[in-house]
Design a protein around this ligand. Sequence first.
Ligand code: ASP
Length: 339
Amino acid sequence: MTNILLIYTGGTIGMVKEYDSGILKAFNFNKLLKHIPELNQLDCHIDSISFEHPIDSSNMNPTHWIEIANIIEEHYESHDGFVVLHGSDTMSYTASALSFMLENLAKPVIFTGSQLPIGDLRTDAKENLITSIQIAALRTGGKPVVREVGLYFEYKLYRANRTTKINAEHFQAFASLNYPQLIESGVHLTVFKEYLLKVHPRKKFKVHKIMDRNVAILKLFPGLAAVVLESILNIPNLRGLILETYGAGNAPNEPWLVDILRKGISQGIHIVNVTQCSGGSVQMGHYETSEQLKNLQVINGKDITTEAAMAKLMYLLGSNISESLFKTVFETPLRGEMQ
Ligand code: ASP
């Protein structure tokens, strides 16, 4: 029988409404399992582990990511697949981070959650959870079908580091605008094999646990003042900045902006150009308004999401990559996160 490990971190899926205030709060995992007797009917063995204090995912930070990575590392040999229950708010960040932290992953790690608590009559939690477990247990020729970090929500499995939360109301809360879905759940589970990440069977599974937090994100907007950009780049110990630019990677080509960025880069800060658009790619040099960034040797984020760019930046800054190789490595797809 396939062994699946369910890792409960918190999120709406396991929340209950507080009696007096009506506020949603995370609750005990064992109570959550009682709401889904259907789990006993699945054709796999399920073990579960819960965070000692389940959290709303707005409280997630890299320490929690390491906790998830540690659980997976400890159970990597004993289990065939992993399902991580997580709040949807920062799920794309955590799942992207795990995709980098788990190098040469050869088993499925499926993130899921829900928009309504599992105890709610109209909940989306049951389908999300049950299908995620089925996907984690899918095998062909004795091997897992999915061998990467995925995110399953509302009938679709996506590559996790390609996703973004796009809706706080609809059950379809996530989108992957630059990469096709990996599996669709209808009457049958349809697997789009050609889009699954290929693994190197002989490479050893390795868990990376150093994520550098000396990073920041700045979203450009018309009217951005020089002092704002300057102040950010002057943050003590800052090592990386994600610059969310317009359209195909464009920014004002005014001298003050170029000068401030040049100064930051000369101080060793890695600046990554990521588009504010949900879909499409940075193309530095396509417009006059991105040529200056190209000339400054700003890192090309191509079609990466902001969430994956942040995770990759923390991961690469935490690895021992030489300063001269950093740009090349960032611009190379490591886990299928960019074209
Ligand atoms: N605030 C919740 C969380 O991210 C929302 C959810 O689970 O969907 O933990």
